[in-house]
Design a protein around this ligand. Structure first.
Ligand code: BG6
Length: 486
């Protein structure tokens, strides 16, 4: 390594997508319905209440189940990655991605979740994708569960709050880890595992109006996911000791709004509750604050005697996380006003600018998060999501001049470099979107994250043609220079 080189030679540069937002083909080749297929597109939006946009009720599920086409349900059609993966991967190859993060649709492999046998057509699809990636020397980073699960497991079992779902998930994970043991090395068990308590349907298949106490059901579901993740980690090591298994947290760093001890304490508690998830997956047990939090919120976790040992013995190899924005904690929120955020709204930070969707822009926050994670856990880190949702304009000559996106990435990658110089061990960086996909929270197409523009509007109209944005050429240069040329 030369004197000035910051990023290690084997640094994994790349991009990320999720199956439910990209693949489409919601009922092709034996795929079953998933939770993501239940989310309709809402024209009227309140960006300060993102959870409401994703909100699914018993009534809306009944409606959705009656609809046999993809119309009105954008995650059913995605960007048709299912049929266009070769073209898309060729573009990732041109970018010289070292890694591509994608998730697998559980309901493509086990259409109902509790099936006796997997669906061969679904397995073959991912074989094809991994083989295509191999052609370009792109390493896959696979998330087993990213915001979807088979609907049958919701309707017949009540989602993740039911302990039986652990064994269905184990079977799914074991099936795919065996099948791809020579094709995939890096695995993440659950995307943004903390979503289960923030948006219980999306994260845990919990339908709010069916629960007496949604928070109780969500924490129970979360506990089952922790156990499932530990069991899958154990299984993974048996299948291939070379596998590297990571957890994945939506890191929501909270700053105190003021230096008042009340605000500082509030921020500390909010951070502890966010980091609770990585504490369990890295240290193998709940942090001390969980006991008080559960007691005060009337949450009674049902645990089996063996759970404690499972969690302790099967912790992760690395920590991955998404970082989009920072949040504010205060005991007097009325003083500040509210803005949008990743999954939930937050109190406004007067020091930060916001995107059209109200997400606060805070590149330095990424450095703070990286340093804090590493100081706390001393495990390698992987930034697996970071990016800017923005509206892009196609010029008359077909170009897309997304300088705002370039600025966003430049500022965040600069901070990533600073964190590495601070001594933090970072394995890689996968930008969110890589290519425009359906938004997780708003189901819009016009909230675009990619380096590659996809010609499709919010109602699903368009040619689906792919075009390189200005940021495409910029990111290619960043990768080619291993982060030196920003
Ligand atoms: C993360 C999710 O929370 O944020 C992704 O893991 C999601 O699935 C991303 O797409 C950006 O959020 P959104 O709602 O703008 O698509």
């Amino acid at each position: 390594m030369s004197q000035k080189q910051v990023f290690p030679d084997n640094f994994l540069w790349g991009g990320a997508i999720a199956a439910n937002q990209a693949e489409g083909a919601f009922d092709a080749d034996g795929k079953g319905l998933s939770t993501a297929d239940m989310v309709p597109y809402h024209k009227k939006k309140d960006y300060t209440n993102l959870s409401a946009l994703m909100h699914v009720t018993s009534e809306s599920i009944t409606e959705a189940m009656k609809v046999k086409t993809a119309e009105g349900y954008p995650k059913r059609y995605g960007i048709d990655f299912y049929h266009r993966y070769k073209e898309d991967i060729a573009l990732f190859g041109e970018l010289e991605f070292k890694v591509f993060r994608l998730s697998m649709n559980w309901s493509r492999i086990f259409p109902n979740g509790d099936d006796a046998e997997p669906n061969e057509a679904g397995l073959q699809f991912y074989d094809n994708v991994f083989d295509e990636l191999r052609k370009y020397n792109i390493e896959p980073l696979v998330t087993l569960s990213h915001y979807e699960m088979p609907m049958t497991l919701v309707l017949n079992y009540g989602g993740w709050k039911n302990r039986k779902v652990i064994s269905f998930f184990e079977k799914y994970a074991e099936t795919v880890m065996n099948r791809y043991k020579d094709k995939v090395k890096y695995w993440l068990t659950f995307n943004e595992i903390n979503t289960t308590i923030i948006e219980p349907f999306t994260g845990g298949g919990i339908v709010g109006d069916r629960e007496e106490n949604v928070q109780q059901a969500s924490y129970q579901a979360l506990h089952h996911q922790f156990v499932a993740s530990a069991l899958v980690t154990r299984k993974a090591r048996e299948i291939n000791p070379e596998f590297r298994i990571g957890c994945m947290l939506a890191r929501m760093i909270h700053y105190p709004a003021t230096s008042s001890p009340e605000d500082v304490l509030q921020a500390q508690v909010d951070n502890q509750l966010n980091l609770l998830h990585t504490d369990v997956q890295v240290w193998g047990s709940y942090p001390p604050i969980a006991k008080r939090y559960f007691e005060e919120n009337n949450i009674q976790l049902v645990q089996e005697p063996e759970d404690e040992q499972f969690l302790l013995e099967n912790t992760v190899d690395f920590i991955s996380f998404s970082y989009y924005t920072s949040l504010i904690s205060t005991t007097t929120p009325e003083k500040y006003g509210v803005t949008g955020g990743n999954l939930y709204s937050t109190v406004k930070n007067p020091n930060l600018k916001v995107t059209e969707w109200g997400w606060q822009l805070d590149p330095i926050g990424l450095r703070i998060v990286l340093k804090e994670f590493y100081d706390r856990y001393k495990l390698p880190l992987f930034v697996v999501e970071n990016g800017l949702g923005a509206r892009d304009k196609v010029e008359e000559d077909g170009s897309i001049i997304d300088d705002y996106r370039i600025d966003y990435f430049r500022q965040h990658i600069e901070q990533l470099a600073e964190a590495i110089k601070d001594g933090v061990e970072v394995m890689g960086y996968t930008s969110w979107g890589a290519i425009d996909i359906i938004s997780a929270s708003t189901s819009e197409m016009s909230k675009r994250y990619g380096f590659i523009y996809v010609d499709q509007d919010d109602e699903g109209h368009g040619t689906l043609n792919r075009y390189k944005k200005k940021s495409f050429h910029w990111y290619k240069k960043v990768i080619a220079s291993n982060g030196a040329d920003l």
